[in-house]
Design a protein around this ligand. Sequence first.
Ligand code: NAD
Length: 358
Amino acid sequence: MTKEILILPGDGIGQEVTSSAKEILDFLIVEHGLDFKVTEMEAGGTAYDKFGSPLPENVLDKAKQSDAVLFGAVGGPKWDNLDWDNRPEHALLSLRKELELFANLRPAFLFNELASASPIKDHIIKNLDILIVRELTGGIYFGEPRAIVEDKSPSYAFNTMIYNENEIKRIAKVAFESAQKRNGKLCSVEKANVLEVSKFWRAIVSDMAKDYPDVELSHQLADNTAMQLVLNPNQYDVIVSSNLFGDILSDIAATLSGSIGMLPSASLNSSAQGMYEPCHGSAPDIAGMDIANPLAMIASLAMALRYSLDQKDLAIKIDNAIKEFIAQGYRTKDISTDEEYVKTSEVASILIGILKNG
Ligand code: NAD
C-alpha cells in the first residue's frame, strides 16, 4: 500500500533542514522504487502569514491521513506577540493532540569524534547511546482542573497531575518494547516519594515487568536521574517518564551530545502513525545563512522509515551514512572546530554519495 508522507518545513531553519531530508528521501524513493507519496505544505508562522492560521484545516486533515509527518521547526520573533491560537507553536501542539501522539522517543547519542563538543568530560560521555521515552499527551500539561484564581485573597494558581492506568500502560509498553530491541534495560523515572500519581505509575510499571522477563527494570526518582544523567549517563539504556519529567530529562540528555543539531525525535500514536522532527527550534539567529546542521532532521527521517514506513533497513542505512559522514571528517559549522565546514545545502549530496557507495 502507498505510504503517505507529509512534509511541514515550518519556519526559519526548518525550511533548510527539511529540504536536505527531502533530497535524501527523493533519492531513496527512486533508488529503491518505494511506493511513497510525498506532499509538502505550510505550517507555523509561514502558514499564518499566508493563510491566517498556523495550522490550516486542510493541513491538519492531510496530517491525519498521512503515515508520517516530517516536521521542521516553527516560531520566530516575528510571531512572538500573536495571541496563543495564532502562534506558530500552536501548530505543533495541535498536531500532537489531534494525532494522539502519546509516545515521544528521543534518542541521545554521541559520535565519539565529537566528544570535545560536549560540555561533559570525554571519559564520562564516550559511547553515549540512550533513549528517552516521554509521555506526551497527558500528565500535568493537560490535567484538569487548572486555573489562575485572582478573585481570592491571596490569589493562587494550580494544575493537576493526573494519569489513568491505560495512559501509563501504553507508554510503558512502548518503553519495554524499545528496551527489548536495544540493550534490555529500562529505568522508570518519577517522584514516588512525594506524589500519589508517581506511586501509582511505579506500581503499574512494576506489575508490567512480569510480561517482559528479558528487560531489567529499575525505578529512579526524577531529581536523582537529572543528576545521574550528568554524572554517569552510560548507566542508562531506555528511560521512561511522564510528560513533565520527560521534558526536563530529555533536554538534559540533548545537551550531553554537544550539538542540538544532531538529535532527532519521533512522536507516535497507537497506530504507528508518527510525527518526526529535530529536537531543535527554528534558530532565527542563523536562518537563511546555509549553516544549519540538517543531520537531526535527516536522522528523524530515518526514525520515520523505521517506525512508520516499514523500511527498517533503509533507516539503518541512513544512520550508518551519518556515522560515516562524521567519520570521514565532514563537519557542519556548529560542530566544526576550525574555519572549514560543510554548508547545509551540501550535506544531502555528500550523504547520498556515501549511500551510493554502500
Ligand atoms: P533553537 O533550537 O531554535 O536555537 C537554540 C540555539 O541552537 C541557537 O543558537 C541556534 O542557532 C542553535 N541551533 C539550533 N538548531 C541548530 C542546527 N540545526 N544547526 C546549528 N545550530 C542550531 O531554540 P530557541 O532559540 O530557543 O528558539 C527559536 C525559535 O524556535 C523560538 O521561536 C521557539 O519558540 C522555536 N522553537 C520551536 C521548536 C519546534 O518547532 N519544535 C522547538 C524549540 C523552539
